[in-house]
Design a protein around this ligand. Structure first.
Ligand SMILES: [Mn+2]
Length: 429
């Protein structure tokens, strides 16, 4: 398998840190053993954990006000795949790439080859009916799958069917549908009629889904529509998944909720009723800020994973939600942000694996609120970095991915090779 960062650099970086890591890992192992936890079992689970990178995440994002391009931004999907390969080479936590059509449109066979060179696979396909493509006949300005005009709805359905077709060649097993449909003014659309039209269009997409695929729908309370959106919250999302059938699931983007909403509880409800499809991980302070995962509220990320681990332990392999990052990097090197975000998601998973679930259940049954919450805190407070670093080292990655990345000078190299482009697809969904 090809590597992009020179393996000599990674080895040199790791050699400098290996002795300290071994001693930290042993110390943590001793501490966990006292708590009845085998560190190697946690390590094995962390090593098997992966989160997908969205192809659009390797480009610099922007706000409604401006976009400040970074050096060496990917010019096309093949550059994006190389950047994703760097993230995977150093973190070993991101084995898949999630494509966005039409931004990443290219010969599927070439795409497959390009990814296979670096051992990457493809995660869920993402359709786009929230903006107009250059060669598109009808506009999505007033909606797509819920549009008043049947011809626009048909066009949006056809686009999703095309995404499925491309995905089949690539070996993808899921389609994620997020729409920008909604309204900016009270009275602009009839809520019920718009939702009925959406459900009908989605049923056409669902009917074309291969048997071993899953369909993910993503809710979002506002933006780009500022008064109402057609798929505004998890309740509506649940109705959609329920109406469509057993291959339809809800996707939870952590940024798509009102501030202070109890997201971990939404996760629990969707798990309980068999409709949790997966996640778009990011963090948020005010709205859909698309900040790096774990950068604002790492405890919330942990609480989400606490629910996921609980489900994993009771359902086993039958429970396999899709994990993907979905963030906008405006002031950092996107590759560095993606590496650290993947590690934060992995960290929350590792911490959640440390929760003493028997003790927690006993405290819950005894109504011991204080000790129940302390049981969660004990897991969250544990510094699991030695486990994450050991997982990377064992899998051929870097003990300190950002340090190795900077030592390799990858950004300077691609800045010299790739001329600046005016606008790469930088939309964030
Ligand atoms: Mn999203």
């Amino acid at each position: 398998m090809e590597t992009i960062i020179e393996t000599d650099i990674v080895s040199r970086e790791n050699e400098a840190r290996q002795t300290a890591l071994k001693s930290d890992y042993a110390a943590l192992g001793e501490q966990l053993a006292r708590r009845g936890i085998a560190i190697d079992a946690v390590l094995a689970k962390v090593q098997a954990f992966g989160v997908a990178i969205p192809s659009w995440g390797v480009g610099t994002g922007g706000t409604r006000f401006a976009r400040f391009p970074g050096g060496g931004e990917p010019r096309d999907i093949f550059d994006k795949i190389e950047d994703c390969a760097v993230v995977q080479q150093l973190t070993r936590a991101t084995p898949t790439v999630s494509l966005h059509i039409p931004w990443d449109k290219a010969d599927p066979k070439r795409l497959k080859q390009a990814a296979a060179r670096f051992g990457l696979d493809f995660d869920a396909m993402n359709s786009n009916t929230f903006s107009d493509a250059a060669d598109q006949k009808l506009s999505y300005k007033f909606g797509s799958l819920s549009h008043a005009d049947a011809a626009v709805r048909r066009q949006a359905v056809e686009h999703n069917l095309e995404c499925i077709e491309i995905g089949r060649t690539l070996g993808s097993k899921a389609l994620t549908v997020w729409i920008g449909d909604g309204s900016n003014f009270p009275g602009q659309v009839n809520f019920a009629r718009a939702f009925s039209r959406y459900l009908e269009a989605m049923a056409d997409i669902y009917a074309a889904l291969p048997d071993d695929w899953r369909l993910f729908t993503e809710h979002k309370m506002y933006e780009p529509a500022f008064y109402s959106t057609v798929v505004q919250d998890w309740g509506t999302n649940y109705i959609i998944a329920k109406e469509l059938g057993p291959k339809a699931f809800c996707l939870v983007d952590l940024g798509h909720h009102a501030p202070n909403v109890n997201i971990e509880m939404i996760v629990s409800r969707l798990i309980q009723f068999g409709k949790l499809g997966g996640f778009h991980f990011n963090d948020s302070k005010y709205g859909d800020d698309d900040l790096d995962a774990g950068s604002i509220d790492p405890y919330r990320l942990f609480l989400v994973f606490n629910e996921l681990v609980d489900a994993e332990l009771s359902a086993g392999k039958a429970f396999h939600p899709a994990h993907m990052l979905d963030q906008s990097h405006n002031v950092t090197d996107p590759i560095e942000s993606l590496m650290l975000s993947a590690m934060e998601v992995q960290r929350a998973y590792a911490q959640a694996l440390l929760v003493d679930r028997d003790a927690l259940t006993a405290f819950q049954e005894d109504n011991d609120a204080l000790m129940a919450t302390q049981t969660l805190k004990a897991a969250y407070r544990t510094d699991v970095e030695p486990i994450l670093a050991m997982a990377r080292l064992n899998a051929g990655g870097a003990i300190d991915p950002v340090s190795a990345y900077r030592a390799a000078g990858y950004r300077a190299k691609v800045t010299a090779e790739r001329p600046a482009v005016a606008a790469a697809g930088g939309g964030i969904i």
